[in-house]
Design a protein around this ligand. Sequence first.
Ligand SMILES: C[S@@+](CC[C@H](N)C(=O)[O-])C[C@H]1O[C@@H](n2cnc3c(N)ncnc32)[C@H](O)[C@@H]1O
Length: 315
Amino acid sequence: MGTAVDHMPALLTEVLDFLRVRKEGVYVDCTQGSGGHSEEVLSQLEGTGQLIALDRDQEALDRARERLGSHSNLKVFHQNFKELPTLLSRLGIEAVDGCLLDLGVSSNQLDSPERGFSFRLEGPMDMRMDTRQETTAAQLLNECSAEELAETFWRYGEEKSARRIATAIVERRKSSKIRTTTDLAQIVEKVKGRGPRRIHPATRVFQALRIEVNQELAGLEEFLQQAISLLADQARLVVISFHSLEDRIVKTVFRKAAGKCVCFQPAEFCDCPRVEQVRILTKKPVTPSQQEVEINPRARSAKLRAVEKFETTDS
Ligand SMILES: C[S@@+](CC[C@H](N)C(=O)[O-])C[C@H]1O[C@@H](n2cnc3c(N)ncnc32)[C@H](O)[C@@H]1O
């Protein structure tokens, strides 16, 4: 396990500006990680103020506990954020004053060889954020068909050599199973060559596989819609994504909830609901400053989008 402060929270100042924490409000950090964003939100809470923090990775929560200690304003749950509506109803909370999602993988996950997220570090081909889950990356690599693997590499990694890599994986496993990150990195390198590239040839394959193992995009759209419905009047939802498909989902859900067209059909054919629930606070996604990227290169692809719930009017 790393130290308590080794994951640097992305877009921290911007997150706090958008969340606009009220000291007695109820906030949710859906992806607590090692607690960088949580720490700042907590520091602004007083009295009945509450932070409910979730992560599907127990190691992340342990790390956050080391960083934050116990706090009367903090409740932590080892859960998938998709279970938030049930959790809040169990806690008797009808609406929250702000909600943060900082999607994707953490530096701590990437930097722990035994978690198997990185092609740079030899470890088991695991990649599960929640180790209670059964399916590992090794299982997918050793059991999926070449077509299924190619589809994953293409869809989530836009890997141009998806088919050739998938075929090489299936060929290789006829003689021995793929067990380690190095096994996979070497197969990809053999297909694509090392080249003079700055980016490792296995980057896209590892990213795609991680998204598939953790089903990161499945149900995200529905969850964001639910999260919007859980916001109190004038409360805000802030989402940071690191993948273009994720950002597209966030953008579309936000547009729809703002009563805008998302089908882009001519007006006579458009059947978008056009119900205005939120105001979009970020016309374009907010990205890290050059200074932040210099200090924390892993934040470079972060995109933040935020919405504010309209006040309900009694009519
Ligand atoms: C980029 S990190 C968050 C870092 C955090 N904001 C911080 O300041 O340290 C993403 C975290 O989200 C968690 N995560 C990803 N998908 C999740 C899900 N569906 N439910 C709960 N946690 C999830 C990961 O385990 C990881 O710890």
